[in-house]
Design a binder for this molecule. Structure first.
Ligand SMILES: [Zn+2]
Length: 649
């Protein structure tokens, strides 16, 4: 492994499919990455935190066509859904990459060319069952159905058999090198169980990987052979290189590559733990240190799915509780590798007990006493006693463990340690009973000492909390009257006795309101109906057109002469129509409702003077009118036969 010259830390999330609606899973991966990035910044590392969107591929192409947009226009419209969520979650990424960016496309082509010249990429023919929905050839071991086709095991849709000329990556040549690499770098895949899965998969033998498609147009063309489009996975994985300057900022790239940790969901482990290091070996790059595959969030013990209506919308939760409680819950509840269960009861209970009680009450109670007994300025602090020394040294032990856990990406363990110490602070106050000391004037130095100890403990402990709850840590430091923000102090400066009154502590406000469970469930469920999860359509104002504008439309009765399906889509039909004075060809998106033979001889209305358009390479001279009901087109037909070409007005 190549050692970096400086203390740098490079962390990535997968690039999310731009067409997806952001959900709790996306939020989870990105929050982990953010906490690790913030922690390493405290440590004084130079950090690069990369996230972004995957914007190529057939699904985008299809959705865009349905909406009458170019794929890039569609991507531009929906990329904001991710950017806005990251803003609301306080995600401190250093760059948000989009695979449609020119430097990314150029970088991928350059690597492709390099591997082609080297012989690690070659041209061949691929035949396989292909899931159009997931843009994925099915694995060969998926059995054939009795009807003679295969069903995609991931989405349950019918796959199609396709054969095409394709470029292949010589993955088979990397079986041995990969196995040796895993052996020498047992931390490459975490957690350990996932490493075992990867090793046994690779031991079964690796086949060469088809990495281009001729059926997909929306993507990066193969250099010098543009009818081939580079497969989305080969394209997407290389964002980890192009995002930090590969091919456009060599100094930045040198500084940060290889990545310290790629955070991913366990479903994309093979791509990251097998294909990705093989691509990198072939291109001669050092390999990343760790690929960390995290688990799923289940809702009430079942996998979230749109059809069940149990998908958690992070926006709803954020609106109700804000970013830090959600960040805390997701990171505290489970170790990164395991599946977690999200129940509203569990969520509210944890917020109330850990945040409102243990942390919020402690801060509020302590600072209220400083305000009430000392007008916000601690003075005449009495001597340190044995129990005070013990209290301070317990923090030093806590700090040591928290740092070890953060270094090991064991965020839940770090938080457990912090909460253990919050309870130590609570116990220290209960044992020393400052409210009683306040009653006797001669106890004033001791009272000041006890509150001083508690304030030191709160300042230091909230600092350790900063990577996970940046807003809360900052708020606490503000309440303490400190001019510095936690992130401005390096971790090496953290010590227990480090509080000086910079400005008098004001009367504190509550950090976390208690949440009423029933009210919370009511609000979540009211808004969590499945239809609410779709991106909200913009409300359009009615726009009137004039009669003259309407008159410009030439609407005519057309009769269908022939009809056939357009290859490669289940939505479109190619129709030859009779318009009375002429024959025309139109492409109509009605194949989901009508078989071609059903339409022959039928009459309907077309806009005859619509500017011709090319759809999937075929010219369409006009458009038919249809209603849309539940996503399916319904054509209005006439109740008697009319001469083709009859004007409709
Ligand atoms: Zn599928």
């Amino acid at each position: 492994m190549v050692e970096k010259s400086k203390q740098t830390f490079y962390v990535t999330t997968p690039i999310y499919y731009v067409n997806d609606v952001p959900h709790i899973g996306h939020a989870y991966t990105t929050i982990i990455a953010d906490a690790l990035a913030r922690y390493h910044r405290l440590k004084g590392f130079e950090v690069f935190f990369l996230t972004g969107t995957d914007e190529h591929g057939q699904k985008i192409e299809k959705t865009a066509a349905e909406k009458g947009l170019t794929p890039k226009e569609l991507a531009d419209r929906v990329v904001g859904r991710f950017k806005e969520l990251w803003k609301q979650l306080n995600i401190s990424c250093d760059y948000f990459i989009r695979t449609t960016e020119q430097f990314h496309e150029a970088g991928v082509q350059k690597i492709f060319q390099k591997l082609l010249e080297k012989g690690d990429i070659y041209k061949g023919t691929y035949q396989g069952w292909y899931c159009v929905s997931e843009e994925n050839f099915l694995s060969e071991d998926v059995p054939l159905e009795p009807e003679g086709y295969k069903i995609c095991p991931d989405c349950g849709r019918k796959a199609i058999l396709i054969e095409e000329e394709s470029y292949f990556f010589r993955l088979s040549a990397y079986q041995q090198p990969l196995l040796e690499f895993y052996q020498q770098n047992p931390q490459f895949v975490r957690p350990q169980t996932r490493m075992n899965e990867v090793v046994s998969f690779v031991k079964q033998g690796l086949k060469d990987l088809s990495i281009t498609r001729t059926t997909v147009k929306w993507g990066i063309p193969v250099p010098g052979d543009p009818k081939h489009t580079i497969y989305v996975w080969f394209d997407a994985l290389h964002n980890y290189l192009t995002g930090i300057g590969y091919d456009w900022n060599p100094e930045l790239f040198q500084r940060f590559w290889p990545a310290d940790v790629h955070l991913i969901g366990k479903d994309i482990l093979r791509f990251h733990a097998i294909f990705w290091p093989a691509f990198l070996m072939a291109a001669g790059f050092p390999l990343p240190r760790t690929v960390y595959g995290h688990g799923w969030w289940l809702k009430d013990e079942t996998k979230m799915s749109k059809s069940k209506g149990n998908v958690l919308d992070p926006y709803l939760i954020l609106k109700k509780v804000g970013a830090d409680p959600l960040r805390y819950f997701l990171l505290r509840e489970i170790p990164i590798g395991q599946d977690g269960n999200f129940s509203h009861e569990g969520f509210v209970q944890r917020l109330n007990s850990d945040l409102a009680n243990d942390l919020g009450n402690l801060v509020q109670r302590t600072l209220t006493m400083v305000f009430n007994y000392f007008q916000g300025t601690l003075n005449e602090i009495g001597e340190e006693k044995e129990e005070d020394r013990k209290f301070a040294s317990q923090f030093e032990e806590t700090r040591k463990r928290v740092v070890e856990f953060y270094d090991d990406y064991a965020l839940n363990r770090a938080l457990e340690e912090i909460w253990t110490y919050l309870n130590v602070i609570n116990k220290y106050l209960a044992d020393n009973e400052p409210w009683k000391l306040a009653k006797a004037p001669e106890s004033r130095p001791r009272l000041a000492r006890v509150l001083y100890q508690a304030v030191c403990a709160i300042k230091a402990t909230s600092y350790l909390l900063y990577p996970v709850m940046p807003e809360t840590a900052g708020k606490i430091w503000e309440l303490l009257g400190l001019k510095q923000a936690p992130q401005e102090m390096p971790l090496t400066d953290l010590k227990f006795y480090d509080f000086r009154t910079e400005k008098p502590i004001p009367k504190p406000e509550a950090l976390f309101p208690r949440i009423d469970l029933n009210e919370f469930i009511g609000e979540m469920e009211k808004q969590n109906a499945p239809d609410k999860l779709e991106p909200k359509a913009e409300v359009k104002k009615m726009e009137y057109i004039t009669y003259d504008e309407f008159k410009k439309m030439d609407l005519r009765v057309a009769k269908v002469l022939t009809a056939e399906r357009v290859a490669g889509t289940n939505k479109l039909l190619k129709l030859q129509i009779d318009l009375g004075t002429e024959q025309r060809q139109i492409i109509a998106g009605v194949a989901e409702s009508y078989a071609p033979e059903e339409l022959v001889g039928k009459e309907f209305i077309v806009i005859a003077n619509l500017q011709p358009a090319v759809i999937r390479g075929i010219e369409s001279q006009g458009m038919l009118l249809a209603a849309e009901a539940e996503g399916k087109p319904i054509i209005p037909f006439f109740d008697r036969e009319l001469p083709p070409g009859t004007k409709v007005k």
